[in-house]
Write a protein that binds this ligand. Structure first.
Ligand SMILES: Nc1nc2c([nH]c(=O)n2[C@H]2C[C@H](O)[C@@H](COP(=O)(O)OP(=O)(O)OP(=O)(O)O)O2)c(=O)[nH]1
Length: 314
C-alpha cells in the first residue's frame, strides 16, 4: 500500500518535473505547486523562523526573469547563487523528504563553490538522465546524478567531494574510514588488498569508503561487519589520527579510529588475507604510502592500551 502510494507520488513528481522544468528553462508560463520560503536574503531567513506554505501559482514573471538571467549571464555573483538556489528549491519542492534533505544539503554546499550557470546546466543534464531511467532506478539516479553533478560524487560505493584547487583544477576528495583494531596481546589487525584492487598486495587498516548519508562511525561499523564479520558499537570507535594524501586523480582523507572492543570472531569475509601483527611486524609490512605516517600513532595507542591493562592487573 505504502509502496503503491510512494510510487504514485514518485511518478507524479517526475511527470510534474519533466513537464515543468523545460517550460521554466524556455521561460514559458507554467502552473506549479511549490513550497515558498519567506524572506529573500539569507540574513532575513536566519533571523526569522522559516514559514512555509504550499501554494499553487503560475510561474511568476520573477521566476521567468530569474531563469533567463541564469541562461544569459555566466558571471558568478551572490544574486546568481540565490537565483539558482531558489530555482532548485522550487524544482525539488514537492519531492519526497529524503531527497529534499539531500538536495538542500547539496544546494548549501554548492553555494560556496559552484558557478550557478554551471549548476543550472547540470540540472538540465540531470533531467535527461532521469528521463532515461526505469522506474526502479529513478530514485537512486536522482541522488547519484545530483551528487555527480557537482560537489558530491558517489563512486562505486563511496562519496567524493569535488572541489577546485587554486588553479581551477578539479580535485576530488574521497573520505575513507579505517580502523586500528587492537587485541589484548597488543596486536593490530591488518588486511591485505586483493590483486584486483588499487594498491594490490599492500597491507592496510580495514575500512572503506563512506557512503552517502553515513557518518564516519556508521560507515566503519558497517565495513567491519562486512569485511571482518564482527559487530562493533559505534561508541567503541575512538578517533585516533587521520591520513591525508593524494591518490591518482583524487585526494584521500582517511580518519583512522582505534577499536579495542567488538563482538564476534574476526575473519576475512571478502576473500582478503588478514593478520594480527605486533608493532615490529606491522613496520615490516608494505602499506599504502598514505598509511605509513599513521603507524607511530598506532604504536602510541598500543603502548597506552598495554599500560591500562597493567594498571588494571596491579
Ligand atoms: N580501507 C583502507 N583503504 C585505504 C587505506 N589506505 C589507503 O590509501 N586506502 C585507500 C585504498 C582505496 O583507494 C580506498 C579505500 O577504498 P575501498 O577499501 O573501498 O577499496 P576499493 O578497492 O573499492 O578502492 P579502489 O580500488 O576503487 O581505490 O582508500 C587503508 O589503510 N585502509
Amino acid at each position: 500500500m505504502l509502496k503503491a502510494k510512494l510510487s504514485r507520488a514518485h511518478s507524479s513528481y517526475l511527470c510534474h518535473k519533466r513537464l515543468c522544468l523545460p517550460a521554466l528553462l524556455r521561460g514559458g508560463p507554467i502552473h506549479v505547486a511549490c513550497e515558498h520560503t519567506e524572506g529573500n536574503s539569507s540574513a532575513e531567513q536566519e533571523e526569522r523562523p522559516k514559514r512555509k506554505a504550499v501554494i499553487i501559482k503560475k510561474a511568476s514573471k520573477a521566476t521567468q526573469t530569474r531563469a533567463s538571467r541564469l541562461r544569459s549571464n555566466p558571471q558568478d555573483s551572490d544574486n546568481r547563487v540565490r537565483d539558482v538556489r531558489e530555482t532548485l528549491e522550487w524544482y525539488f519542492s514537492d519531492t519526497w523528504p529524503r531527497d529534499k534533505a539531500a538536495v538542500l544539503r547539496f544546494i548549501h554546499i554548492s553555494r560556496g563553490h559552484s558557478a550557478p550557470l554551471d549548476l543550472f546546466l547540470k540540472l538540465r543534464r540531470l533531467r535527461r538522465i532521469i528521463g532515461k531511467a526505469s522506474k526502479e532506478e529513478e530514485h537512486d539516479l536522482v541522488l547519484k546524478a545530483l551528487a555527480k553533478s557537482e560537489m558530491l560524487e558517489i563512486s562505486e560505493n563511496g562519496l567524493r567531494i569535488q572541489r577546485k584547487d587554486t588553479q581551477g583544477e578539479s580535485v576530488a576528495m574521497m573520505i575513507v574510514v579505517a580502523v586500528a583494531l587492537l587485541n589484548d596481546r597488543g596486536e593490530v589487525l591488518v588486511a591485505q588488498r586483493r590483486a584486483d584492487q588499487s594498491f594490490p598486495g599492500k597491507w592496510e587498516f580495514p575500512g572503506g569508503k563512506v557512503d552517502p548519508y553515513e557518518t564516519p562511525e556508521g560507515a566503519l561499523s558497517r565495513e567491519m561487519g562486512e569485511e571482518l564479520n564482527i559487530k562493533v558499537d559505534q561508541q567503541d570507535l575512538q578517533p585516533l589520527i587521520f591520513g591525508s594524501h593524494r591518490h591518482g586523480d583524487c585526494h584521500i582523507l582517511m580518519p583512522l579510529f582505534l577499536c579495542t572492543r567488538w563482538s564476534g570472531e574476526v575473519k576475512g569475509n571478502e576473500g582478503q588475507e588478514i593478520e594480527w601483527c605486533s608493532m615490529a611486524e606491522l613496520r615490516r609490512k608494505e602499506m599504502p604510502p598514505g598509511d605509513v605516517p599513521l603507524v607511530d600513532a598506532v604504536e602510541r595507542a598500543v603502548h597506552q592500551h598495554a599500560q591500562s591493562f597493567l594498571s588494571i592487573a596491579t
